[in-house]
Design a protein around this ligand. Structure first.
Ligand SMILES: [Zn+2]
Length: 245
């Protein structure tokens, strides 16, 4: 049985003599694994279209034991990511997060849209990578059902005070008067940036613009928040950090 879907290659494992085992994020069926037979051979028709970040219209053959890529009508390669190790590392972190968090056997349009746009903005230098990382992490957390409660103070409902406090374990926001233990102090600019990431329409999501100070304050918050939810670490994140420190 064959089926087609828009899809992007998240991960490649070389297998056999010249095969590739791909992990893909598909629009129609979420995360799938599929073999690209002989794709490692330069003359194979799948050689150029089954590389990391390759996005296009894929046709799959679903066998009893495994799924194979039949063909791919390539749309975008995000080539700009290959020439910069920092961007490449961040893109691979996004891919690994998607592999972990995106659904299986169901529509994944929202996930694909977040990933494709993030890779586009990353590849084209449209937004600082550090801000993009925070944006991706917190928007993904919201997508998988863990939208933090940022409307106002959890206790008294106050929309904003001069500084506010956030609990990265629970995703709850507190005002200056109600802050409990285990919360982290945030500037109003940082809270505003988080609200933008969580509440803005997708069309406006990537227009987020913050100062370097705010980006620095935001980074550990969004990262800890998401990793707390996923309850694991990511090899690609460790690598990203190793080249950015
Ligand atoms: Zn309060």
């Amino acid at each position: 049985m064959t089926f087609s879907s828009d899809a992007i290659v998240l991960k490649i494992t070389k297998t056999g003599e010249s095969d590739r085992l791909l992990t893909l994020l598909t629009r129609d069926r979420g995360i799938i694994k599929a073999f690209a037979k002989a794709a490692d051979r330069p003359k194979n028709k799948l050689h150029m279209s089954t590389n990391l970040f390759c996005y296009g219209r894929f046709t799959f053959y679903e066998g009893v034991k495994s799924t194979k890529v039949e063909e791919c009508d390539l749309n975008e390669t995000f080539y700009g990511l290959q020439s910069d190790i920092g961007k490449l590392a961040l893109g691979q972190y996004f891919n690994e997060l998607m592999t972990e968090a995106a659904p299986v056997e169901t529509d994944a349009t929202e996930y694909l849209r977040l990933l494709l746009n993030s890779l586009f903005f990353l590849a084209n230098d449209r937004i600082h990578p550090r801000i993009l990382k925070s944006l991706f992490e917190m928007r993904l957390a919201s997508l998988i059902g863990y939208m933090p409660s940022l409307v106002g103070c959890k206790e008294c409902g106050e929309y904003e005070t001069e500084t506010m406090f956030f609990n990265v374990s629970t995703g709850e926001l507190f005002c200056n008067a109600c802050k409990g233990t285990g919360t982290k102090q945030l500037s109003l600019d940082t809270v505003s940036a988080m609200r933008h990431i969580v509440f803005s329409d997708f069309e406006k999501l990537f227009s987020l613009s913050v100062t370097e100070n705010t980006a620095n304050a935001l980074e550990p918050v969004t990262e800890k928040y998401l990793l707390n939810i996923l309850k694991r670490s990511f090899r690609t994140l460790d690598f990203y950090k190793s080249i950015n420190n």
